[in-house]
Design a protein around this ligand. Structure first.
Ligand code: SAM
Ligand code: SF4
Length: 322
């Protein structure tokens, strides 16, 4: 459907858990008090909301977290999502550490994409940044996922003094294997305040030193805001997601559902609707759809990163799902 600014809303990200097996410094360095299980939606409840959203034109659903694979039966849930009438694409965003046993099943169900987060290619930096000595495992599963025929994108958040020197090396993964490598600007949250992210422009100028022919890719890729670039030297594409420095709110196509069933209309703003309450009060699909529709009509025009009033801001990325 269209919101009040005529933006087509056809993409929903759902965070199925607030729990995570990593402690990324800029995301949740010390963990957070876990949300009680009873307050997290059951898979059936997620499916009911996704079905209602599909009647309004949501066509792509991204499953994220926390770490989505830390929740039992995530893969079965993905399979059921893919079968929902109206849903054309289901994808997964993961840190990759729990992915290996599920690669074959995801390939068999023809999952539409797997995003693997990878901020560094240096073992010590990975360990320092995430709290776990897991780089080798992520690299291994990355290759395995690509080899299984799944469409893979790598997500990297470049941060000054941490991994900013690795931008070209990480981009070079797209020269070795058919993956898109996307660089995401660090968004301001309570945990990320101690860090300074690289802007998309800064990433691009570093990459141009290595790949002088890098230029905007002609074809459209993905469902989101990444600007893609191609080079003769690369099999995959390079994506820049410069949500902070170059906000693309005018083309925003997405809504977000938290693990507690709160429908957020913008990553930044608190505004939204408590669908869990409605569901648990007995709302059926039509009633849910009406609530989602009404909420979408009030989707904020833009985020306010970098402006005077950052008072709302993002509290916890891991609870919203990025
Ligand atoms: N655990 C999974 C993962 O790491 O891919 C899924 C959830 S995680 C919140 C999703 C994405 O959000 C990751 O790529 C992570 O790097 C990114 N992220 C977390 N905090 C961020 C921040 N402050 N700014 C930009 N991206 C952030
Ligand atoms: Fe966990 Fe993903 Fe946040 Fe890292 S970025 S702490 S893997 S939710």
């Amino acid at each position: 459907m269209k919101d009040s600014l005529s933006r087509t809303i056809d993409y929903m990200r759902i965070s199925i858990t607030d729990r995570c097996n990593l402690r990324c410094q800029y995301c949740m360095p010390h963990g957070l008090p876990w949300i009680e299980h009873s307050n997290i939606l059951r898979y059936e409840e997620f499916l009911e909301i996704c079905s209602a959203a599909a009647t309004l034109g949501i066509r792509t659903i991204k499953v994220t977290g926390g770490e989505p694979l830390a929740r039992k039966d995530c893969v079965r849930f993905l399979g059921r999502l893919k079968e929902l009438p109206g849903i054309e694409k289901a994808t997964l965003t993961t840190n990759g550490l729990l992915l290996e046993p599920h690669v074959a099943a995801l390939a068999a169900m023809k999952l539409d994409g797997v995003n693997i987060s990878l901020d560094t290619l240096q073992r010590e930096v990975y360990q320092r940044l995430t709290g776990t000595d897991g780089l080798a495992k992520v690299l291994e599963v990355l290759e395995k996922t690509v080899a299984a025929g799944l469409k893979v994108k790598i997500n990297c958040v470049p941060i000054l003094g941490i991994n900013d020197g690795e931008v070209a090396a990480i981009a070079a993964l797209a020269a070795k294997i058919p993956v898109d490598v996307r660089f995401i600007e660090l968004m301001p949250t309570a945990s990320s305040q101690a860090f300074t992210g690289l802007t998309g422009e800064a990433v691009l100028s570093r990459l141009l030193e290595e790949y002088p022919d890098l230029s905007p890719a002609s074809e459209r890729r993905g469902f989101g805001p990444a600007r893609y670039y191609a080079s003769e030297s690369l099999i995959g594409r390079i994506g820049l997601i410069d949500a902070v420095s170059n906000h693309f709110c005018g083309q925003c196509n997405r809504i977000r559902l938290t693990s507690q069933g709160f429908l957020k209309l913008c990553l930044y703003h608190e505004q939204g609707v408590d669908l869990r309450r409605l569901l648990r009060q007995g709302a059926g699909r039509e009633e849910l759809a009406a609530a989602i529709k009404e909420a979408i009509l009030h989707k904020p025009e833009s985020h306010c990163f970098g402006q005077e009033d950052e008072s709302q801001g993002i509290k916890n990325m891991s609870r919203i799902g990025g």
